[in-house]
Design a protein around this ligand. Structure first.
Ligand SMILES: Cc1cc2nc3c(=O)[nH]c(=O)nc-3n(C[C@H](O)[C@H](O)[C@H](O)COP(=O)(O)OP(=O)(O)OC[C@H]3O[C@@H](n4cnc5c(N)ncnc54)[C@H](O)[C@@H]3O)c2cc1C
Length: 324
């Protein structure tokens, strides 16, 4: 029997997309519809922010609003229809492949490596922690970063929401379905949230706002019992008793796995141009993980379309199939 030669060939995708939020799924729809061999790697340890959003009412075409979980399901279905392959894995690293000196990127997950001509990073962002005493200890015991996930546990309870942006306002309003009282604590004397949300917060009988104040400790041993708050103007410390604390004080991009490969800004967001090109040829970025001034579903989708289009042009150039 002759000894068979070891098969060293690898399957090479045209594009690998990292992330299954609105940006990654839109990129997948565009890429697979353009007949690129498309693989989407969707993270296991972090989920899409849209997935945990109860109601998205500013995405065109849904005058009654749409639940985030339902929306992501529809996006996924559309990407699958055009041929996108899905694998649920966290990406650990991306690096240039040593395989035959080609312009191929290698994408490493836990026990496997995928190869692709281009990569689209659509890994989004996650909530920033407050970084105060008690926050870690009481996580899941009254401390939460997701009202849609945990709100129902607080039926007829008193909760505190920390933050003053759109997400804090939306989540506070969502909590009014369950909680008896919601106290919004904001470090400034006005909210950053969009006007329509402010109006809803101000007119809701269940919501109350503590202005110019910061939470510096979450109180309780085995479950949340309150928050210690400093009034920045009066320079006075008070305790507010509550059963839950929902924290919405900004985002941290999910980009640590590419920090050594492409340029990030000082906050860790990917620097990409208007065509979603990053500092490395063949790597594109879109959505909330990108340095931008507006992070929404509609902007993430727009970014995703651009990223897929740019990836397609890049792949065509390399393969010599570009339309000239
Ligand atoms: C409570 C809340 C309410 C909101 N309300 C609205 C609203 O009303 N309207 C609106 O337009 N926007 C809203 N947003 C914002 C909107 O959800 C985001 O702008 C949008 O989800 C960004 O899409 P994205 O694809 O960039 O990232 P995301 O949707 O966050 O998706 C990121 C994806 O990347 C994956 N991922 C991360 N790291 C890795 C890794 N290492 N390997 C593999 N995969 C990885 C995750 O699993 C996820 O699938 C809201 C957000 C929140 C949290």
């Amino acid at each position: 029997m002759t000894k068979s030669k070891k098969d060293t060939s690898v399957f090479i995708y045209d594009v690998i997309i990292i992330g299954a939020g609105p940006s990654g799924l839109t990129a997948a729809i565009y890429a697979s519809r353009a007949r690129l061999k498309t693989l989407l790697l969707e993270g296991l340890s972090v989920s899409s922010q849209a997935l945990v959003t109860d109601k998205i009412e500013n995405y065109p075409g849904f005058p009654e609003g749409i639940n985030g979980f339902e929306m992501i399901g529809k996006f996924k279905k559309q990407a699958k229809l055009f041929g996108t392959e899905f694998v649920a894995e966290d990406v650990n690293t991306i690096h240039p492949s040593k395989w035959q000196d080609t312009n191929i990127w290698q994408v490493d997950v836990k026990d496997k490596t995928y190869h692709s001509i281009s990569v689209i990073i659509a890994s989004g962002a996650q909530f920033r922690a407050l970084g105060v005493e008690g926050e870690k200890r009481l996580l899941g015991r009254g401390v939460s970063y997701c009202a849609v996930c945990d709100g129902a546990f607080f039926k007829d309870k008193n909760v505190v929401v920390v933050g003053g942006g759109d997400t804090a306002a939306e989540e506070a309003l969502f909590l009014t379905r369950f909680a008896k009282k919601i106290t919004l604590i904001h470090r400034r004397d006005r909210l950053r949230a969009t006007r329509i949300l402010q109006e809803r917060i101000f007119s809701n009988k269940k919501t109350d706002i503590v202005w110019n104040s910061v939470v510096n400790e979450i109180l309780g041993e085995t479950k949340v019992q309150g928050v210690r708050v400093t009034d920045l103007k009066a320079k006075k410390e008070t305790d507010i008793s509550c059963d839950g604390v929902f924290i919405f004080v900004g985002l941290v991009p999910n980009t640590s796995f590419v920090k050594d490969i492409i340029k990030l800004d000082k906050d860790g967001y990917v620097i990409a141009d208007s065509k979603m090109k990053t500092s490395r040829d063949g790597i594109f970025a879109c959505g909330d993980c990108r340095q931008t001034i507006l992070r929404q579903v509609v902007t993430a989708c727009g970014d995703g379309a651009f990223a897929a289009f740019s990836a397609q042009q890049y792949v065509d150039e390399l393969k010599g199939t570009a339309y000239k």
